[in-house]
Structures are given as structure tokens and as C-alpha cells.
Design a protein around this ligand. Structure first.
Ligand SMILES: [Zn+2]
Length: 126
């Protein structure tokens, strides 16, 4: 994998994720004002179903946001590895990761074999 090309892939992915992240921040602001108006109304009619839905939506948003942040952290990590020349090397076995895989997932830390093994292990331990 050519490092200039890898950097471009990572930059593009980073820009995309930051856009998603910014979108969520805007939505988050809307949520806050909705919650305030909801608090004002709470003295009158109670709508438990609405509260449940809103909580669920917020939790869903939070887990997506956490994923985005984790992916951004992986990209930062990959950019650091580009700088010190270890980009594209599997962190588990030290072999080169396939170009095809890097192209699809530029921020990946593991080769396909180790990724599969890690996922199998994660499932086994729940
Ligand atoms: Zn490996």
C-alpha cells in the first residue's frame, strides 16, 4: 500500500466521520431544547411512552456517536503509524495486511485472519 494513497483514504474517511459527528452534535442541541420544553410540560400530562421512546433514541444516538469516535481514534492511530512507517502491518502477527483490505478499511489494525479470530473470541466471551 502506497503511503500517500493510504493517507488520502484515511483523510477522506476522517472527513466523512467528522461530518457525521458534527451532524450528531447539532441534533444533540435540538435534543437539549426539546428536553427543556418537556420539563416545562411535565407538570401537566404525563406521557410515559414518549419518555421511553426519547430515551431509546438518545441511547441509539449515543452508541452511534461512540462508534464514530472509536473509528476516528482508529484513524488517528493509523495516521501515526503512517508517520512512523508501521502502517499496514498487522498488530497481532506482524505480517502485511492485504491492500484490498486496507482499501476497504484504511484504519484497520489487524489482518483478516486475526480480525476473524478476535471477533470469534469476542463472541465466545460474550
Ligand atoms: Zn495478523
Amino acid at each position: 500500500m502506497d503511503s500517500d494513497y493510504a493517507r488520502r483514504l484515511l483523510d477522506e474517511e476522517k472527513a466523512r466521520l467528522e461530518q457525521v459527528h458534527t451532524g450528531f452534535d447539532d441534533e444533540h442541541l435540538t435534543d437539549e431544547s426539546e428536553r427543556e420544553s418537556f420539563a416545562e410540560l411535565s407538570g401537566n400530562d404525563q406521557h410515559p411512552a414518549d419518555i421511553g421512546t426519547e430515551t431509546f433514541e438518545r441511547e441509539k444516538d449515543m452508541s452511534i456517536l461512540e462508534n464514530v469516535e472509536a473509528e476516528l481514534a482508529d484513524i488517528e492511530h493509523a495516521l501515526e503509524r503512517l508517520n512512523d512507517g508501521t502502517y499496514g502491518v498487522c498488530e497481532a502477527c506482524g505480517r502485511l495486511i492485504d491492500d484490498e483490505r486496507l482499501e476497504a478499511m484504511p484504519a484497520t489494525r489487524l489482518c483478516l485472519q486475526d480480525q476473524t479470530a478476535a471477533e470469534r473470541q469476542a463472541r465466545a466471551f460474550g
